[in-house]
Design a protein around this ligand. Structure first.
Ligand SMILES: *Cc1c(COP(=O)(O)O)cnc(C)c1O
Length: 348
C-alpha cells in the first residue's frame, strides 16, 4: 500500500531568511578585517540547519561549525564549497576516518585526539586551545608536545567564557590565545563567539564564530540595533470555546475566568519547548491583537484569550510574540535555551 505523506503539522517555525542574512552581514561587518563564520550546531540553534546553511552561504559565509559528527551529514549536502568543522573532535578511529572520507575538519581538543587524527592519516584540522573554560581544548602547558607540531592546523581556536560581560578574564583569555598562536603554526586564528565580536578588533583574529546572534539573540545590548529575530513560533487554533465566569482553564485550575470569555486552544506545549514558565505570562498575536496565555501550559496544548481578537477562529494561525532578550528576562531561561528548546514537532 502506498501511504500518503502525513499532513503538515498545525505548528510551524516561521523563518525569516532575510533577517538571517542581514544578521550574518552585520556580524561580518562588526568583525572588521576578520571573516564571520557560523555556528550551526544543534540544528542551527533550533532554527533548522538545512534551511539556514544555504541562506548563510548565499550571504557569504564559508566556515560552518557543528558540535557532533552526526550533525555533519545534513550540512555537507547543503553547504556548497564551504568548510565544515566538528567542534567535539574525533573520539574514535571511526570519527577520524569519516572526517577524512568526507572532507570535514575535526577540531582537535586534546593530545589523544591529535594522535588519533595523525594515526588516521591526518590532514587539515582545527585546533582548540583552552584558555580558561576548562571544557574542551589543549592546555597552554601542552603546546610544546611534538604531536601538536605535526598537525596541519587551519584554524587555531579558543573559546571565551564570559564575552557577554566586561570582565578581566576576557583579556587573560585573549593573551592565552595569542600565546598559543605564537607557539604553533596555523593558517587562521579565531577567538570570538557572538558576544566576543563586540569586544573589538583585538579579539577578532582572522575568523569569528557567531551563533546566537545570527538567530536573533542579543548577547550584548550594544549589538541590539544590528540584530533581528529570525524565527517566530506559530500555531493554528484547534478549537475555540466560550468560558463562563467562575470556570477554570487547564491543569490544576490555575486560571479562573472573572467574565465570559472566548478562548482558543493550540497544539503547542512544553513537549515542544514552550515551557511551563510561560504559564500566565506568554502571549500570542493575531492580526495585531494580543492573545494572552491562560492557565498552565500542558505537554501538547496551550490556551489563549481571544477576547480581543473578534474575527480569529478555528484553523487560523497565531504567532508567539517575544523578543529573545525580554523573553529570557521574563522566563528565567537563557536566550540559547529559548531557541534550542523548540522541539521536533515544529514544521521547519
Ligand atoms: C557554540 C559555539 C560558538 C557560538 O557561540 P555563540 O555564543 O552562540 O555566538 C562559537 N564557538 C564555539 C567553540 C562554540 O561551541
Amino acid at each position: 500500500m502506498n501511504r500518503p505523506t502525513a499532513p503538515s503539522p498545525a505548528l510551524r517555525l516561521e523563518f525569516d531568511a532575510e533577517a538571517l542574512q542581514s544578521n550574518w552581514r552585520a556580524l561580518d561587518r562588526l568583525s572588521g578585517r576578520a571573516r564571520a563564520g557560523a555556528a550551526v550546531k544543534a540544528n542551527s540553534y533550533g532554527v533548522g540547519a538545512v534551511r539556514a546553511v544555504p541562506v548563510l552561504h548565499q550571504a557569504g559565509c564559508r566556515d560552518f561549525f557543528v558540535a557532533h559528527w552526526a550533525e555533519a551529514a545534513e550540512i555537507l549536502d547543503v553547504m556548497g564549497d564551504a568548510s565544515l568543522s566538528v567542534l567535539h573532535g574525533p573520539c574514535s578511529e571511526e570519527d577520524a576516518a569519516y572526517a577524512r572520507a568526507v572532507g570535514i575538519k575535526p577540531v582537535i581538543n586534546s593530545l589523544r585526539q591529535a594522535r588519533l587524527w595523525q594515526d588516521a592519516g591526518g590532514g587539515a584540522c582545527d585546533l582548540m586551545v583552552d584558555t580558561g573554560m576548562n571544557r574542551l581544548g589543549v592546555s597552554l602547558h601542552e603546546l610544546g608536545e611534538p604531536v601538536l607540531a605535526e598537525l596541519e592546523v587551519d584554524t587555531l581556536l579558543s573559546h571565551l567564557v564570559s564575552a557577554e560581560e566586561d570582565v578581566a578574564l576576557n583579556e587573560r583569555q585573549r593573551q592565552g590565545w595569542r600565546e598559543a598562536c605564537a607557539a604553533l603554526p596555523h593558517q587562521r586564528a579565531s577567538l570570538a563567539n557572538s558576544a566576543g565580536i563586540a569586544l573589538g578588533e583585538a579579539f577578532h583574529g582572522d575568523l569569528t564564530r557567531p551563533g546566537i546572534a545570527l538567530y536573533g539573540g542579543v548577547p550584548r545590548p550594544e549589538m541590539a540595533a544590528d540584530l533581528h529575530p529570525v524565527i517566530r513560533p506559530q500555531a493554528a487554533l484547534l478549537q475555540v470555546r466560550q468560558v463562563q465566569p467562575g470556570e477554570t482553564i487547564g491543569y490544576n485550575a490555575t486560571f479562573t475566568a472573572t467574565r465570559a470569555m472566548r478562548v482558543g486552544t493550540i497544539g503547542l506545549g512544553y513537549a515542544d519547548g514552550y515551557l511551563r514558565c510561560w504559564s500566565g505570562k506568554g502571549h500570542f498575536t493575531a492580526g495585531g491583537h494580543v492573545l494572552p496565555v491562560l492557565g498552565r501550559i500542558s505537554m501538547d496544548l496551550t490556551v489563549v484569550d481571544l477576547s480581543q481578537a473578534g474575527q480569529v477562529g478555528e484553523g487560523d494561525w497565531i504567532t508567539a510574540e517575544y523578543a529573545l532578550p525580554e523573553a529570557a528576562a521574563q522566563t528565567g531561561l537563557s536566550q540559547y535555551e529559548l531557541l534550542t528548546l523548540m522541539g521536533r514537532r515544529f514544521n521547519r
